[in-house]
Design a protein around this ligand. Sequence first.
Ligand code: ZN
Length: 90
Amino acid sequence: MPKRRPDHIPIRTCAVCRQVRPKRAMTRFVRGADGAIVIDRTGKAAGRGTYVCEDPACREPNQLAAGIQRALSAQVAPGTLNLEEIHAPS
Ligand SMILES: [Zn+2]
């Protein structure tokens, strides 16, 4: 019997609210080699990554920055993350 379930859905924990959600419903952020936090649109960027869900409360700039800083141990300068570029899959 194979242990891998064919209907397996990858899930991740939101860096802000800590809720577990399907990975594809989330936005990935990555800390690149230069230490800058960027939005990873492909989900495949190299570097330490974290996920934020599509809840508007988690995308509020201060909450978002705090969650990512906590998750990635990196400083997020105000205005660095352009939330208008974040489009969660609908
Ligand atoms: Zn969240």
